[in-house]
Design a protein around this ligand. Structure first.
Ligand code: DGL
Length: 257
């Protein structure tokens, strides 16, 4: 029976996990949330890379996963190339999948990206989109406060709504497509959509589908397991993750690498 590893700096990767669960109902899944070190997006790229490799080494070498999903844009930008070279298993990230979706959806070729400071600094969405279509204009805005607030459990109040507006107000009004360039953001998509009336892209679905193209569907053998490893506060993680996944988390263990 196969095991798929999914990881993020924290709870945001459950937005990708949800789609992985949908596409791979017969496979074991291990999710690693490195919440002790979240936000990754405020760190230097070298530091992000070494944190990511610790997690991926754990999943690949110790847990022997058969495929790896980098459910984090910041980690995809900082470490996907290295991981693809380092391991002999399929490794997929979120950025290319999100870019492809954005390219497909935009009508006026004006695309906005919201992401962590590190993702914006690496400029990975702009590079990835412009590689395929130079006529698309990409506007990127960093949203440094979102991840911490989502990790804690988002509160829908005056301040948080103001914050969303203050980030989105930095875009030209004409953008018709907004890519959620951080896997934490789909957890607050409904609040973001109060202030953005165009099309919103969550790269999660395409990411899970791209893995399916690579490894195919699993075969039913016995009931698969879903196990979570979290480096920070398991209780907090569990609460936020369960709410988004809409299912109870049974197996969760704290581990610091
Ligand atoms: N969820 C991650 C991403 O997609 C990063 C969040 C963080 O800054 O830790 O970029």
């Amino acid at each position: 029976m196969r095991t798929i590893g999914v990881f993020d700096s924290g709870v945001g990767g459950v937005s990708v996990l949800k789609e992985v669960l949908r596409e791979f109902p017969y496979d074991n899944i291990i999710y690693f949330g490195d919440s002790l070190h979240a936000p990754y997006g405020d760190r230097e790229i070298d530091e992000i890379r070494s944190l990511c490799l610790k997690v991926s080494d754990f999943l690949v070498n110790e847990k022997k996963v058969d495929a790896l999903v980098i459910a984090c844009n910041t980690a995809t930008g900082a470490a996907m190339d290295i991981m693809q070279e380092r391991y002999s298993i399929p490794v997929v990230g979120v950025v290319e999948n999100g870019s492809n979706e954005g390219i497909k959806i935009t009508k006026n070729k004006m695309v906005g990206v919201i992401a962590t400071p590190a993702t914006i600094k690496m400029d990975i969405y702009k590079k990835s989109i412009e590689k395929k279509d130079t006529s698309i204009k990409v506007y990127s805005i960093k949203c440094p406060l979102f991840v911490g607030m989502i990790e804690k459990g988002w509160e829908d109040n005056y301040e948080s709504n103001n914050l969303i507006q203050s980030y989105l107000n930095q875009f030209p009004e004409e953008i018709d497509t907004l890519i959620l360039g951080c896997t934490h953001y789909p957890l607050i998509q409904k609040y973001i959509m109060r202030y953005f009336k165009g099309q919103v892209v969550d790269p999660a679905k395409e990411t899970a589908k791209s893995l399916k193209k690579l490894i195919g569907e699993g075969k039913y053998f016995k009931t698969p397991y879903l196990k979570f490893y979290v480096s920070g506060d398991c209780k907090k993680f569990k609460k936020v993750a369960q709410e988004f996944l809409g299912q109870e988390i049974q197996e969760i263990e704290k581990i610091i690498l």
